[in-house]
Design a protein around this ligand. Sequence first.
Ligand code: BTN
Length: 271
Amino acid sequence: MSCANFDSFDTDALTKGLETRAFGRVGLRYFPLTDSTNDQARKLAAENAPEGTIVVAETQTKGRGRLDRTWHSPPGAGLYFSIILRPKLDPFLIPTLTIMAGVAVAQAIERTTGIITQVKWPNDILIKERKAGGILAECHLGQQSAVVLGIGLNTHLQEKDFPPELQQKATSLAAHAGGNICRVTLLQSILKSLESWYLELARGTTAAVIGAFRERCPLIGLQARIRCGEEIRAGLVVDVDEQGCLLLQDASGHIRTILSGEVLAWGNGIF
Ligand code: BTN
C-alpha cells in the first residue's frame, strides 16, 4: 500500500492487510481523539472484550508512560495503541510481556523501515541512543483479568515538536528513515510479531524471546545506574534472566536480580 507523509489512519486498510490470527482481528476500536488508549482498552477488557482487541488513537489527551509520565501524543505524528491480553501465564512471566513487546516492536520497525533499533531494559525503543518509543504494560486483576499492553512510537515527530526537556533525548522514525513511514503498515507488522512471540510465551518458552532481547539490549556488559523504587543501584549489567529481570553485579561481586526499575545512565567507566 502507498502512504503519503502523515498518512491518515485507515482502519479498513489495516484490517485488510493483517497477517495475524487474532490480534487486531477480533476487535478494533479507533478514536480520532481519546484520553489514553490504555484506559479505553481497560474499559473494554472489563466488558469482556476478547484477547487481541486493539484500541488505536490518532491523538491522546492523557497519554501516559511508565512512572506516571506524560506520553506526548500529537496527531499525525505517532502510533498510539493498546492491546488486550488475557495471558494464562505464570504470574512471574508478566514482566516478560514488556520484554516481548520491545522485541516485537524493534523487529517490526526494522522489517518495515530498515531502521536499526535497540531495546533498553525494560521498555524503551531506542534509535542511536535516543528514545523513539515505549511500552506500558498494565495488569488488571478481577473477574475479567487482563493485561493491557500500550505501545507508543514517535513516527513523524520533529525535534521541535518535543517538549524542551526531551529534545536531546527523543527521536522519531521519520528522522532516520530513508522514505515515508506508514503507520498502518508498521502496526500490521507489530501485531504480527507480537502475536507470534505471544504464542511462543504461551507455550511456556521464554528462551527465544529473551535471546532476541539480549541481542538488542545496549546495557549488557556495561555499567549502569538504576533507580529501583527509592534506591539507586550501580554495577555491571551481566545479563537478563529467563523472566526478563536484569542481573546487576555490584562492586563486591554480588549479583542482584532487578525485576523493575529505571536505567538512569549506562556506559563504560561511568562510575
Ligand atoms: C514509556 O515509555 O514509559 C511507555 C510509553 C507508552 C505510551 C503508550 S501510547 C499508547 C498507550 N496509551 C497510553 O496512555 N500509553 C501507551
